[in-house]
Design a protein around this ligand. Sequence first.
Ligand code: UT7
Length: 331
Amino acid sequence: MSDGVQSKMIRSVVRGFGAALPKRVITNRDMEAIVDTSDEWIVQRTGIRQRYVAGDDETTASLGEAAARAALANGGLTPADIDLIICATSTPDNTFPATSVNIQNRLGMSHGFAFDVQAVCTGFVYAVTTADAYIRGGLAKRVLVIGAETFSRILDWNDRTTCVLFGDGAGAIIIEATEGEGTVADRGVLTAHLRSDGSHKEKLYVDGGPSTTGTVGKLRMEGREVFKYAVGMITDVIQAAFDSTGTTADDLDWLVPHQANRRIIDGSAKKLNIDAAKVVITVDLHGNTSAASIPLALATAAGDGRIKKGDLVMLEAMGGGFTWGAVLLRW
Ligand code: UT7
């Protein structure tokens, strides 16, 4: 990690961003017709008001491709300018090949290389960290980092404790090698802190897979158990990112959290004394889109002019595994 050391170094700087959502919206009122729930319960417990759900003609790769094309257009680039694609997803179109390779092909690319990262809701934080390591290691110059999911396909639509929470979508950023001074004033990824602990598997998992049941399986979650750990794990990694760069909550312009639950987001910000006005919230519009939630939130807040060039931005997530992590970057 760079961690603010003063010497010229390669930084991974954001060049473009984009997002894509399925055509169909399902509101909380619509959910009332599917399971025994209420708009009031969902809003109070989670902050979610609606979610997007993929139709038959939409998949993780098609949404990822659309987000990638939007990011390329935003950055003034074409697929020829990209040398690596990393897609974070837990809902790939196929067990293999990787969704990123599918997206590479959809973009008309036969140069460079592509692979997927699987860290469930923390996937995008892992993918940005991986892309940064490839750039700083000299293995890639311009990386398309995508978070794309169709969790609607692995939900048990009879289980009200999970099916109301998740949605589909995709977001993407392009990061490129740029020389920096080696200080926290540099644009680009400044530090990253990743964690995992497999002893929590049973609290959030999918009950199928190629090597066990030979089926895709459905998402199972003990929500209250996950909730118990979330704020502590999230605040630990955010604090580590502050400490390793000598920055504080006051220096931060934007917290762009994984959008699982409004109460988890508010609780984490409060514990770290991060002003609520600096927190980007999209969970009301998108629900929990797992690895897609952070790039969707980034595209929302950069698209409407809130996140500006030079802003200090903290990304954080926690999810299945458990996995959790934070990335501090200057936009
Ligand atoms: O992104 C990956 C990480 N995942 C998360 O961060 C999710 C973390 N967990 C959560 O966000 C919350 O635990 C939930 C939103 C999933 C649930 O909220 P909660 O405040 O922890 O509720 P609960 O599980 O304690 O359930 C409270 C009550 C229960 O009824 P009883 O036992 O008190 O009678 C549930 O049966 O709410 C009931 N309930 C519902 N009622 C209406 C559960 N789901 C629903 C529902 N509609 N959809």
